[in-house]
Design a binder for this molecule. Sequence first.
Ligand code: GAR
Length: 208
Amino acid sequence: MKRIVILISGGGSNMQAIHKACVAEGWNARVEAVISNRPDAGGLDYARGQGLNAIVLDHKGFASREAFDAELMKAIDAHSPDLVVLAGFMRILTPAFTAHYAGRILNIHPSVLPAFTGLHTHARAIEMGCKFAGATVHFVTAELDHGAIVAQAQVPVLPDDDAHTLAARVLRQEHRMYPAAVRWFLEDQLEIRGLRVRHKAGESQSFS
Ligand code: GAR
């Protein structure tokens, strides 16, 4: 049985989608823990309601990013995960942290990378007049939002969109794509060559 630890900071809808798919599709895997850096993260309620191990590690209690990440690593490693899943985890990670989980940590970012790394991706896509927006699941490296791409989703940007309507459209695709990407990893379906990630059995890695 593969072991998953999910990190969240907010509503946790991607965490829910992954947990629900894991249960409904009968993956040979378990969500061992959900860890939030914010005590008020909405996703904690879902995790507790499902009887999951819901852990709060408030970054505000730490003097430095390094000290927080060191404690976070301890909290994660207590569950011996095969995969660490960042699901709306809004922290910049230290090189020590990303090196420790290299090759076994995924993130979802709400843009079609390499466009729009960082924050406010939907507002920036609208501002730039983009006709498409989307999201990316990628391996996490020391460079923010730059690791090898596992899957991407694309949605149209409509003329009357604001950041909220566009985010909601993208999120619907995130909820399809992220569980699929996690399952592929756990089933050892991903072949990684440099920045290129190929699904061994040829499942489509693009969502729309
Ligand atoms: C998602 O849209 C995710 O792509 C984004 O935060 C949202 C979390 O929603 N992640 C980032 O911006 C990471 N830089 P959720 O808490 O409902 O899953």
